[in-house]
Design a protein. Structure first.
Ligand code: S0N
Length: 277
């Protein structure tokens, strides 16, 4: 299945297009195996924010450009080590950044479904990016792993705690402590990905899943996503879940009565609404 992608905005490090209720965001730094520098992350944040704000978009496909000139693929190889400074990754004006953490929170909290399409390497901070997506579809050539303790970094946030929720404590510690690489079948077996398809069918499969999701109720999906998040995200998770309860309450006549009465300078008449069992 193919759809007619329309470029939504032009960037330097990423590609961003939309079609039929789906947004596709692609990291496009093939010379670096799609590693992210601060600019890449700022651009990703901008595109994800646009997808979040666009009421026609329900699903985001998040992927990496490939194949590269040597025939290999990558989803993302993590932070760009060539711009890593003493306190983070150095941006265009010399400021050290760890801005991928902002992106992780946006992907996790946005009320749209984010599907990672992983071909080739998902390594280091690139592995964490696929991990925090709602769903992951892996190509049969996908390779997953963390490198932090090998290259002098670590992600002790979602990268550790959420990984343990996904694959279990023992496996998460193995992934981080040994820094091994895992193929797509191993990733499927440990619950790290949802399914594995031939690499030339990766986007088609993503579109199929997206169109199936788009037939469902947006508010039901929105509330489910925040409910899944609330289980791990403490008060921030509860805030997200409760925000949806408030949104739904605003949509009721009962909620509107409070506002209307205030505007009409009268006492609200809540007696007309039942105290449901
Ligand atoms: C991906 C690997 C396994 C691919 O190996 P392969 O196919 O043999 O290719 P290479 O020849 O190694 O690479 C091809 C070219 O791409 C460059 N390149 C690859 N990865 C990177 C990278 N991450 N940064 C910069 N350049 C990269 C190569 O240098 C090569 O270019 P040339 O030919 O010009 O030399 C293999 O490439 C690999 O292992 N890559 C490194 C993986 C890695 O260690 N990534 C970093 C891990 N750390 C993080 O991601 C930091 C996490 C993080 O960002 C974070 C976490 C928590 C809180 C905050 C942060 C934050 O920093 O924001």
């Amino acid at each position: 299945m193919s759809i007619q992608w329309q470029t939504a905005k032009t960037y330097q490090d990423i590609l961003y297009c939309k079609a039929d209720g789906i947004a596709k965001i692609t990291i496009n730094r093939p010379d670096k195996r799609n590693a992210f520098r601060p600019k890449t992350v700022f651009e990703l944040y901008d595109a994800f924010t646009d997808a979040r704000e666009d009421q026609a978009i329900g699903v985001v496909l998040f992927t990496g450009a490939g194949p590269h000139t040597d025939g290999k693929y990558a989803f993302c190889s993590g932070g760009d080590q060539s711009v890593r400074g003493e306190a983070g990754y150095i941006d265009d004006i010399g400021v050290p950044r760890l801005n991928v953490l902002d992106l992780q929170r946006l992907i996790r909290s946005m009320p749209k479904v984010v599907i990672a399409l992983v071909a080739g390497y998902a390594i280091g901070g690139g592995h964490v990016l696929h991990l925090i997506c709602d769903l992951t579809i892996a190509a049969d050539n996908a390779i997953f792993g963390q490198t932090g303790p090998k290259v002098g970094s670590f992600d002790g946030g979602f990268g550790a705690s959420y990984m343990a929720r996904v694959v279990g404590q023992k496996k998460a510690r193995e992934i981080w402590f040994l820094c091994r690489q895992y193929n797509s079948q191993q990733a499927l077996d440990m619950g790290l990905v949802n399914c594995v398809v031939p690499v030339d069918q990766l986007e088609t499969e993503g579109i199929t899943w997206a169109l199936e999701i788009l037939e469902k109720s947006p508010i039901a999906i929105r509330c489910l996503k925040s409910a899944f998040n609330a289980d791990c995200d403490g008060q921030a998770g509860l805030q997200e879940l409760a925000g949806n309860a408030t949104l739904l309450y605003y949509m009721t006549e009962e909620g509107a009565e409070g506002k209307q009465a205030f505007l009409e300078k009268r006492k609200p008449d809540f007696r007309q609404y039942p105290w449901l069992p």
